[in-house]
Design a protein around this ligand. Structure first.
Ligand code: FAD
Ligand code: AMP
Length: 475
């Protein structure tokens, strides 16, 4: 007899594994299918995020940042180190160990929650049947009351710069490099390109980032993007805007990159070239032709605001559906869908998803940019507070950047918060909560913030909105 579950999830990335655990918490019988295989040949849950994305990139960002600071800042603190050396093999061993602990942790969480983790390929058939093909066995048909598709995304390949896994590489290859390339080219100054470029630049690589658009970090607030660009330049990251890559050829020595900018055809020779021009949804062999699933015009699985596909009982979440390709967005969709399946009322607030770029300085924002508010026609006011005036930032020797708050001039509602500076990715949570609760600027102003803390910069920026900042002259 074929096995049957209340919920079958295909994909165990941050969207799928969270959906599976939440559904099990509701007392559902749940199976979660995943086929992710790491470079060591081992299968692991956790998807892109844990194996080849968020987690390994943050591990390397931390190591490379410490190395950089040891070489450049320790002296100021009075710390004498002698020569500082980077052991790339040890750094990569740490990265791999963190990934192993966290992905192994999911298997443990599945066990504790009663989720059946199935290793292999899942394919949705019609009538909510799922074909599960184990990595070492024959296909089995599983019945499900509900199916959640959480197949994630993969790097987009440029036809003019095809991946060869050696010299023209994707983000995963870049996270697993075993030596610092003398020169590194990066195509795309998006979040992934900037983070990976930062890692190898701090470790000594000469990094050139080629970005087709004229606007740097077009999705961020302009003030923040401008400040970050100035800092990156100081750090030696060479970011060429308006530079459209139209050919890359691997050769014995490295890669010859041909690109076009406002001055015409240009050429760049690098040891390795990372192509980080975005990601696309994974949908190949995910559902049968007669399963009833539709894709939108960009190849994402078509869903409504509740992540329902057009097939009753079939949902899709995470990177394989519309919206920002972020782990926390997928996880929250997973929670929402599991709650809906359990008959609860649940919804996602897509307006206040935080975005973070884990460079130095970090960049984080939530809500609307100043340009978006301006375009909406709503009268607004802004307040800004520099980390230069923060005691904690000074103590940390991390004074670059600021907090900027945009509020409605009519009813004082906080509309957007934009941070460039130390721990921006942590500080943004307060702003997310403020927007989630439709807080006013006055709410933030009257909230007591610990001293000395970086969070005081959020408090002071809120005060600055009404020209009441206390630790910086109001303009
Ligand atoms: P995925 O994590 O891609 O997981 C999907 C899983 O489904 C995979 O394991 C895949 O093997 C499996 N699968 C697919 N099809 C099938 C099938 N038919 N059968 C069985 N299994 C299947 N986001 C952040 O929020 N913060 C960050 O700091 C961040 N950093 C990143 C850094 C890098 C270098 C990269 C590449 C991405 C980063 N992201 C970050 C993005 C984040 O990784 C994704 O948004 C997130 O992983 C999406 O989760 P998901 O569950 O939708 O898909
Ligand atoms: P993201 O989608 O945030 O990962 O960013 C990818 C970036 O790559 C975008 O800013 C694109 O403009 C950029 N990009 C895409 N194709 C090219 C290309 N051929 N040359 C240079 N930059 C590109």
């Amino acid at each position: 007899m074929s096995r049957s579950f209340d919920v079958v999830v295909i994909g165990a990335g941050p969207a799928g594994y969270i959906a599976a655990i939440r559904a099990a918490q509701h007392g559902k019988t749940v199976a979660c299918i995943d086929r992710w295989q790491n470079r060591d040949g081992k299968y692991a849950f956790g998807g892109t995020c844990l194996n080849a994305g968020c987690i390994p990139s943050k591990a390397l960002l931390e190591s490379s940042e410490l190395y950089h600071r040891a070489g450049h800042e320790f002296k100021k603190h009075g710390i004498k180190t002698g020569g500082v050396e980077m052991d790339v093999a040890a750094m990569q061993k740490r990265r791999a160990s963190i990934v192993r602990q966290l992905t192994g942790g999911i298997a443990g969480l599945f066990k504790a929650a009663g989720v059946e983790g199935l290793v292999g390929h899942g394919k949705l058939l019609k009538d909510r049947k799922v074909e599960f093909t184990p990595v070492d066995g024959e296909p089995e048909i599983i019945s499900a009351e509900n199916v959640i598709l959480a197949s994630g995304s993969e790097p987009i390949e440029l036809p003019v710069a095809k991946f060869d896994g050696e010299k023209i590489i994707d983000s995963w290859d870049t996270l697993e490099l075993d030596a610092v390339p003398g020169t590194l080219g990066v195509v795309g100054a998006g979040v992934i390109g900037l983070e990976l470029g930062s890692v190898w630049s701090r470790l000594g690589s000469k990094v050139t980032i080629l970005e087709a658009l004229e606007d740097f970090l077009f999705m961020a607030d302009r003030d923040v993007a401008k400040a970050a660009a100035a800092d990156f330049k100081k750090q030696g990251l060479d970011i060429k805007l308006g530079a459209m890559v139209n050919k890359a050829t691997a050769n014995k020595k490295g890669v010859t990159v041909e690109y076009e900018d406002k001055n015409g055809a240009q050429m760049l020779e690098v040891d390795k070239l990372v192509v980080a021009v975005g990601r696309r949804p994974v949908t190949d062999n995910l559902f049968a032709d007669d399963a009833g699933i539709q894709l939108d015009d960009r190849g994402f699985i078509d869903v409504d605001d509740d992540c329902r596909t057009r097939v009753k009982g079939v949902f899709a979440i995470g990177d394989c559906v519309r919206g920002p390709m972020l782990a926390h967005k997928g996880s929250e969709e997973g929670v929402m869908v599991a709650d809906l399946i359990a008959g609860e009322i649940a919804e996602m607030n897509y307006d206040v998803i935080p975005s973070v770029v884990y460079t130095n300085p970090e960049i984080a924002w939530t809500g609307k940019t100043e340009a978006e508010v301006k375009e909406s026609g709503r009268p607004y006011k802004t307040g800004q507070f520099p980390f230069m005036a923060s005691g904690r930032a000074k103590a940390m020797e991390q004074t670059s950047g600021f907090v900027k708050i945009i509020s409605s001039a009519d009813d004082d509602e906080v509309l957007g918060v934009h941070i460039v500076g130390p721990m921006a990715g942590e500080l943004i949570s307060e702003a997310v909560l403020a927007l989630e609760f439709s807080a006013s600027t006055e709410d933030l102003q009257r909230t007591i913030h610990a001293h000395p803390s970086l969070a005081e910069a959020v408090h002071e920026a809120a005060l600055a909105v009404d020209k009441k900042a206390l630790n910086f002259p109001n303009r």
